[in-house]
Write a protein that binds this ligand. Structure first.
Ligand code: CU
Length: 133
């Protein structure tokens, strides 16, 4: 009789362990698939201070011409009420739409001259010049 109850306890605890691992796994899957997109990037941007800033204001990039060295980071901040992007015309970088007061960091990787526009308002033009380190 004792052995049978031990047997049942063993089965019950194994079942509990499986249940616990399942219930702890499935919410984790959800958070790991959704978190890296937003939450993991925010500490990086707050930890790393941008080397230069381009303000998007009154449908203009300020400054419109900016030079940074390879490895340096430029932060775009949209202070307009309208959404804007910073989109390189050669596809080298694309901020996607930035809402009011939203920022986007771009770290230069390759020397060159990169004209960019706002893809929503293509008359908005800027140039990012990346100099060798
Ligand atoms: Cu725009």
């Amino acid at each position: 009789m004792k052995y049978i109850s031990y047997f049942f306890i063993a089965i019950a605890s194994a079942f509990l362990v499986i249940l616990l691992s399942l219930s702890s796994c499935s919410p984790n899957f959800k958070t790991t698939t959704s978190q890296p997109i937003v939450i993991k990037k925010q500490p990086q941007t707050s930890q790393k201070i941008a080397d230069a800033t381009v303000k998007i204001h009154n449908f203009k990039f300020e400054p419109a011409n900016l030079a940074i060295a390879v490895g340096k980071t430029v932060q775009f901040i949209n202070v307009d009420e309208e959404p804007h992007t910073a989109t390189a015309t050669d596809g080298n970088f694309n901020s996607k739409a930035l809402d009011t007061n939203q920022t986007w960091d771009y770290t230069a990787t390759k020397p060159g001259t990169y004209p960019y526009i706002c893809s929503i308002h293509p008359f908005m033009k800027g140039t990012l010049t990346v100099t060798p380190r």
